[in-house]
Design a binder for this molecule. Structure first.
Ligand SMILES: [Zn+2]
Ligand SMILES: [Zn+2]
Length: 489
């Protein structure tokens, strides 16, 4: 009996300690956010001084933080955004956060709910929301804050809804084991429409013997809405499936516009080396072959082994002239992007197809003979944001240093002295050093190489720029409109 009482005491002590630890972590998180924001301010001030524009000054702080802490640039960006909000708009929240009375997820809930709320209303509402945040979980906090907002300013709600709807987006990003996470903000009615439709398709378009779970069918239904078939086909595999006639009349699924870097041996089924799916990372050989079944191909020869491709010698004659032009030929561009695979900045995952090709050794427009050549080895994949970082570094306007070593290795040295060397990601997949023998034989598609799928075009470049610009949603919208006008999109 004594033991039970002791256990009870021990459990109470554990919860008490847990509360204390959680609070200490929150206070430290507050300090971390404040420090990140401070670094952003320092870098921004330096860069404004050096003549960098308002829109971009300071954005490299997130890359610097990512490198120093081994966190993603995306999360550094988010925390800096929260930190700026705390400084300017949410003083009570900032105070409670610093004292460890609310943690980061509640701070996030408050800043997201109170975005777009006008100053006057904020003054009256924010202290109340912060106080409530000390005793509610994030979901309840959001709900209650939204209700207060509605009560305090019913007319303003329509405007805020419009503003929030203007921030709608869909994002697809890599997850583990060859899957992707689809993340979206839609107007409430649109979201409901989508969900209803998926539910109907999942329950009404297959027979009772379909082996998939409801959740799996809903996920497949979302893809079916996009691939042109518009409907699920039953996977029961029975010849007498009552859905068979309808399934037979379903139009063929449209080919996915994805880029996969895969070695020819893997593609032919001779090996099972992993492949690189642009923007999503490594995928297994079997999935790569499935994707390739519907693909167009571009051959990327391996120049590290003499005589491995026939095509490299044919065009050598006009290469010398092309090296002195600023724009690379389609072939050189495709090779440089394929070898790099992704943006070469540390921690950046932007697929090479959506990157700029940067002259690592600078091209001299006045005297091309004098500057870096437009060759595969002198071109590197950089997303817009990191291209800007590198260009500013070359012009001594951000404190970064970027060095190029042999074998396409690039060294990034941050203003605070951290240094990271990145290697070409695509090479590992296209020309793997270690061969993985095939696990299974058969089911190999016949590849018909033709055409190029590598040119991202203006739209993607502009989009990449938008995604990587450190700006408020309003600034981003304005920028987006300008960009569209410029590119006639
Ligand atoms: Zn069936
Ligand atoms: Zn990048």
């Amino acid at each position: 009996m004594g033991e039970i009482a002791d256990d009870l005491l021990a459990a109470n002590a554990v919860v008490e300690r847990l509360r204390a630890v959680h609070s200490e972590i929150a206070a430290l998180q507050a300090e971390e956010v404040a420090l990140m924001t401070q670094l952003y301010r320092i870098r921004r001030a330096e860069q404004l001084e050096l003549g960098v524009g308002q829109l971009y000054a300071g954005e490299d702080a997130a890359t610097e933080i990512g490198m120093a802490l081994k966190v993603s640039q995306r999360s550094a960006d988010e925390l800096i955004g929260i930190g700026l909000g705390l400084e300017h708009r949410y003083p009570a929240t900032r105070e409670a956060f610093a004292a460890g009375r609310i943690d980061l997820s509640r701070v996030r809930a408050i800043s997201q709910t109170l975005t777009n709320v006008p100053e006057e209303l904020l003054e009256q509402l924010e202290p109340k929301v912060a106080a409530y945040g000390e005793k509610a979980d994030p979901a309840r906090l959001r709900r209650t804050a939204r209700r207060w907002l509605l009560e305090a300013d019913p007319e303003g709600q329509a405007l805020r809804r419009k503003a929030a709807e203007a921030d709608r987006y869909v994002d697809v990003r890599a997850a583990d084991n060859g899957t992707a996470v689809v993340d979206a903000v839609l107007p409430a009615a649109g979201g409901q429409t989508l969900y209803e439709r998926l539910r109907e398709m999942a329950s009404g378009q297959v027979c009772g013997k379909d082996p998939r779970t409801t959740a799996q069918r809903r996920a497949d239904a979302l893809v079916a809405l996009a691939d042109g078939t518009g409907r699920l086909t039953c996977q029961c595999g029975r010849a007498d499936c009552p859905r068979a006639a309808i399934d037979a009349a379903t139009p063929p699924a449209r080919k996915a516009l994805v880029q996969v870097g895969v070695s020819a041996e893997t593609l032919a089924g001779l090996r099972d080396n992993p492949a690189l799916l642009a923007g999503l990372g490594a995928i297994d050989a079997d999935l790569a072959r499935q994707v390739a079944r519907y693909a167009r191909f571009q051959l990327i020869g391996d120049t590290t082994e003499a005589g491995s491709t026939a095509s490299t010698t044919e065009i050598e004659t006009d290469c010398a002239a092309k090296e002195l032009q600023y724009r690379p030929s389609a072939r050189v561009a495709a090779r440089a992007r394929a070898l790099d695979g992704i943006c070469r900045a540390p921690g950046c995952q932007v697929p090479a197809a959506a990157t700029d090709l940067d002259h690592q050794d600078r091209f001299d427009h006045k005297d091309p003979e004098d500057g870096g050549r437009t060759t595969e080895s002198n071109l590197g994949a950089r997303c817009r944001r990191h291209h800007r970082l590198k260009t500013l570094a070359d012009n001594r306007r951000n404190g970064w240093q970027v060095f190029h070593h042999s074998d396409r290795r690039v060294e990034w040295r941050s203003p605070s002295g951290d240094s990271v060397i990145t290697g070409p990601e695509g090479v590992k997949y296209l020309f793997p050093r270690e061969w993985v023998p095939p696990v299974t034989a058969g089911g190999v598609p016949d590849a018909e190489p033709h055409g190029s799928v590598w040119d991202p075009g203006n739209a993607v470049n502009a989009m990449t720029e938008i995604l990587h610009v450190y700006a408020t949603p309003a600034q981003r919208r304005e920028q987006w409109a300008r960009m569209r006008a410029r590119h006639n999109m």
